[in-house]
Design a protein around this ligand. Structure first.
Ligand code: AMP
Ligand code: TRP
Length: 330
């Protein structure tokens, strides 16, 4: 069976963009692939985090993975910091990654531009190499992510290819899986920006998976719309296109069915229907999140870490041998 690996950071709140761009596809692919879904808390600390909040968010994110449909009986769910091999391989891959390629990463460039470059942590700069380690440790074939991760994934591929060339075949070269629809859900408040949990000003444009019904209604009600009144898919009208994409993905109705449903109706109706559909979609997920007790979660994460570690250990051993990193211990 081919493998998939993906992860999300336990920072901020999981939103509809995360679900439609990534989590949804993890659930859909988990039966066809041997699957590893990681809570990447080591990526989270590349920016300052409150330790108590980080710990709580780590568990909350694990509950969300399980509640949207990741099945721990067939998929491996684990916390990144539980498997030390991720950091050890990062050091090794740091020696294959190049300064120039990390400097070209747009996520880093954006951050460096916003803060002064000297104030960005070395970890933030190195973030894509940790991500490459996550992926390559599991000999991953496919990585389902949203569009914003495309560049990081290309780097992971380049590092794997270079390492294999220099030291012999060691890593599978992973392929991205970026969905055709939903890979970039836009903010409801500003459809030129992606829905994002790191951007604090954008709360109003971001539907969180744990939002209550009132919040969902309020956010859709205030959603920005564009000029023109016709409700149909149109790339040039970003706001309406985004709202219809969300409706299409949550209901499973085809684009033509969605357009037929809203034909002759106005924005107010679209926003109400979207709120209803979203609330109906989120309710059972939120109930499941509340229903997972701590002991059950601990057992799942412990089992996940053990399974992940066994595979990670074998890959790391191979990589060290390829490099000639031999000491007294085998
Ligand atoms: P993050 O929360 O940054 O760890 O992202 C987790 C996953 O959600 C990644 O695969 C991202 O590419 C994806 N993602 C984040 N924001 C969006 C968005 N607005 N639309 C679609 N996918 C997204
Ligand atoms: N960088 C990814 C994000 O912010 C999260 C991530 C870390 C990841 N390691 C990964 C995604 C490995 C896929 C595979 O969304």
């Amino acid at each position: 069976m081919k493998r998939i690996f993906s992860g999300a950071q336990p920072t901020g709140n999981v939103h509809l963009g995360n679900y439609l761009g990534a989590l949804r596809n993890w659930v859909a692919l988990q039966r066809e692939y041997e699957s590893f879904f990681c809570i990447v808390n080591l990526h989270a600390i590349t920016l300052p985090q409150d330790p108590k909040i980080l710990a709580a968010k780590t568990r909350e994110l694990a509950r969300i993975y399980l509640s949207v449909g990741i099945d721990p009986n067939i998929s491996t769910v684990f916390v990144q910091s539980d498997v030390a091999e991720h950091t050890e391989l990062t050091w090794i891959l740091n020696c294959s990654a190049r300064m120039g390629e990390l400097e070209r990463m747009t996520q880093f460039k954006d951050k460096a531009r916003k803060q002064q470059e000297e104030n960005v942590s070395v970890g933030y700069f190195d973030y894509p190499v940790l991500m490459a380690s996550d992926i390559l440790l599991y000999q991953t074939n496919l990585v389902p992510v949203g569009e914003d991760q495309k560049q990081h994934l290309e780097l992971a591929r380049d590092i794997a290819i270079r390492f294999n060339r220099d030291y012999g075949q060691t890593f599978v070269v992973p392929e991205p899986f970026i969905p055709k629809v939903g890979a970039r859900i836009m903010s409801l408040a500003d459809p030129t920006k992606k829905m994002s949990k790191s951007d604090e000003e954008s709360e109003a444009g971001c539907i969180m998976l744990l939002d209550d019904a009132d919040a969902v209604r309020r956010k859709f009600k205030r959603a920005v719309t564009d000029s023109g009144t016709e409700i149909r898919f149109d790339e040039s009208r970003r706001a309406i296109n985004n709202l219809l994409t969300i409706y299409h993905l949550l209901t499973g109705k085809s684009a033509a069915e969605v357009e037929a449903h809203f034909s002759g109706k106005g924005y107010a109706r679209l926003k109400e229907d979207l709120a209803d559909v979203t609330i109906g979609f989120l309710k059972p997920i939120q109930e499941r999140v509340r229903g997972i007790d701590d002991d059950k979660l601990d057992a799942i994460l412990k089992q996940g870490a053990e399974k992940a570690e066994a595979i990670a250990r074998a890959t790391l051993k191979h990589a060290k041998e390829s490099l000639g990193l031999v000491g007294a211990r085998k």
